[in-house]
Ligand binder design. Structure first.
Ligand code: GRF
Length: 218
């Protein structure tokens, strides 16, 4: 017999469309994830993801950045809101801000990010174009623990696709996003089930060091 545990409380941080947020909402509503979204936070008031959250009666907070405010100060405000909602896990889902070391360290081991490349390749922006320009045969997305260096934290799981000769930036973006929507939920599920843990800068999978990322669907 499995004992039902209290759903984990998630904070999902977005800046834009929020299609990954939508996928998480759908997985939760269909019972695939033992979690609830306690709050969706956006640094942009016009992020479409906020409307998605509203449709599902999820709490929303907009924290716009001002040009004169320091990163530390912004991140302090962000942390205050996250903590007010008593959250267990922080999920970056297209949140387009660099986070301070203090912020990252406060949530170390319980903050995940999804990045549209097969990390460690193509950290940062414009990953689809860069994969094409590099002549990569494969491209994909990665879910990783967030550490202070951008897109550098230990990788939990990846989804890969073969790049086709006719692929463009847009076609790759669309195909990868579809993979992301399965990948984030799958990696999160392992984390919530405590099969994935963060330990001394590494990923443990079933209490053993994970030397290569898990592959979605493998
Ligand atoms: C995704 O490609 C994600 O990997 C990246 O930002 C994009 C967010 O897309 N970090 P969406 O807002 O979830 O549709």
């Amino acid at each position: 017999m499995t004992v039902a545990t209290t759903p984990a409380r998630l904070a999902v941080l977005i800046s834009g469309s929020g299609s990954n947020l939508q996928a998480l909402i759908d997985h939760i509503e269909s019972g695939n994830l033992n979690a609830e979204i306690a709050v969706v936070i956006s640094n942009k008031a016009d992020a479409y993801g906020l409307q998605r959250a509203q449709k599902h009666n999820i709490q929303r907070e907009v924290i716009p950045a001002s040009r004169i405010e320091s990163r530390q100060n912004y991140d302090q405000r962000l942390a205050t809101i996250i903590d007010q909602y008593d959250t267990d896990v922080i999920l970056l889902a297209g949140f387009m801000r660099i986070l301070s070391d203090e912020f990252v360290n406060r949530y170390l081991g319980r903050m995940l990010n999804i990045h549209p490349s097969l990390l460690p390749k193509h950290k940062g922006l414009n990953t689809h174009q860069r994969a094409l320009e590099a002549g990569d045969k494969q491209h994909g997305a990665s879910v990783h623990f967030v550490t202070p260096t951008l897109d550098d934290g230990p990788i939990i799981m990846q989804a890969a696709i073969d790049i086709q000769p006719e692929d463009t930036n847009d076609s790759l973006a669309g195909r990868i996003l579809k993979e992301e929507h399965k990948l984030y939920a799958e990696a999160l599920k392992l984390y919530l089930d405590e099969r994935i843990k963060f330990s001394n800068g590494n990923v443990l999978f079933d209490n053993k060091s994970l030397t290569t990322p898990l592959i979605l669907g493998a």
